[in-house]
Write a protein that binds this ligand. Structure first.
Ligand SMILES: [Ca+2]
Ligand SMILES: [Ca+2]
Length: 356
């Protein structure tokens, strides 16, 4: 009931097929722009430019053995940067195990080959998702695809200038059908919540809670607000979205494990790709929820940047986070992630309740 009531206030194209990674759903204007580029007179395929953004460098993939995180207390959240990260409060987390790196394309390929699983981005789109007559839906929006970061040539603060819905983009072809194929050593992207959850079940793990993830990411270190040293995290150096100095060695996604591990031996908790957690999103933390918090109930969830749809919390920022935009290269950072659609800068890692 609640979802229907809120959705009725949403523009028709604020749909699951029009949601993006960085924070918000793409607006109608953004979708229209993508449509015209897809069907442009010169026939230039949209993903070609995005493929230029792919990193060519590689690193040695770290071991995949689960890492034990002993239970303890820490100060969860931050009062220093974005309001949605507050309030800081002492939080207790029981022990668990976690992957040392983001789930890779190679790992996801094992799952897909073993099960024949098709991700949401690979399947036909149900027109009913849009809530409007089918003839009002741009045809390209009904093709399987996902949201791809496409750097603009001019300065902009409009999400629609750098996020495009690209038919044919999925975890196998992260930049679209004309771009390079997924590299086994890079984190898997373009997954919806159901894709991640199904993989987790197959692997015998689960998606970590936000508290578990933040506890593991902070690893007992002091909180900070500055952009991490280029050796520590894959973020964006330069003025986003037009100047990508890539002084950390990577213009786009890096293979997992290229940057220094944190104090618990975990790689890329901050940066590279955002990591989806199990908690539903709403701005701010419940100050009373201090022992193994699991976030709000689904009914209490609310993502002001994705109204009408249930978002999960994603953590740690991505290679797109820059000092002038999205200062979320920190363990405390959090944004809502539409459960129904992936994006080219969002991945995940698994937690476990046993060592094997
Ligand atoms: Ca970078
Ligand atoms: Ca990450």
């Amino acid at each position: 009931m609640r979802r229907l009531a809120i959705r009725s206030f949403s523009p028709p194209f604020f749909s699951k097929r029009c949601a993006i990674a960085a924070s918000v759903a793409l607006g109608l204007a953004a979708c229209s722009a993508s449509q015209s580029e897809q069907g442009g007179a010169n026939g230039e395929p949209l993903p070609t430019k995005a493929s230029d953004f792919a990193s060519a460098l590689s690193c040695k993939t770290p071991a995949s053995a689960r890492v034990r995180i002993e239970g303890g207390t820490f100060i969860m959240g931050s009062n220093a940067v974005y309001a949605e990260e507050g309030l800081e409060r002492e939080t207790r987390v029981d022990g668990f195990w976690i992957d040392p790196h983001e789930v890779t394309n190679g790992q996801f390929a094992e799952f897909a080959e073993a099960t024949g699983y098709q991700t949401v981005a690979e399947k036909p789109v149900d027109p009913a998702q849009f809530g409007v007559p089918v003839e009002q839906i741009p045809p390209f929006m009904l093709e399987p695809g996902s949201a791809v970061f496409t750097p603009p040539e001019h300065p902009s603060r409009s999400y629609g200038d750098w996020w495009k819905y690209v038919p044919g983009a999925n975890w196998r072809k992260p930049y679209g059908p004309q771009g390079p194929s997924a590299r086994p050593d890079q984190p898997v992207v373009h997954l919806a919540w159901d894709d991640m959850r199904t993989y987790a079940e197959w692997k015998g793990g689960r998606i970590p809670t936000e508290a578990e993830w933040e506890y593991a990411a902070s690893a007992g270190a002091q909180k900070y607000t500055e952009q991490p040293d280029p050796r520590l995290a894959n973020s964006w150096q330069g003025v986003f979205p037009v100047v990508n100095e890539s002084s950390d060695g990577f213009k786009g996604i890096a293979p997992v494990g290229c940057f220094e591990a944190n104090g618990y031996g975990l790689y890329d908790m901050v940066g590279n790709v955002w990591e989806v957690t199990a908690d539903f999103f709403r701005p701010g933390h419940d100050p009373a929820d201090r022992v193994n918090p699991r976030g709000p109930s689904e009914n209490a969830a609310y993502d002001p940047l994705n109204p009408g749809f249930t978002s999960r919390v994603m953590k740690g920022g991505s290679y797109l986070c820059a000092p002038n935009y999205c200062q979320r290269y920190r363990p405390e950072s959090r944004q809502g992630r539409d459960a129904g659609l992936g994006a080219s800068n969002v991945g995940f890692r698994l937690a476990y309740d046993s060592a094997e």
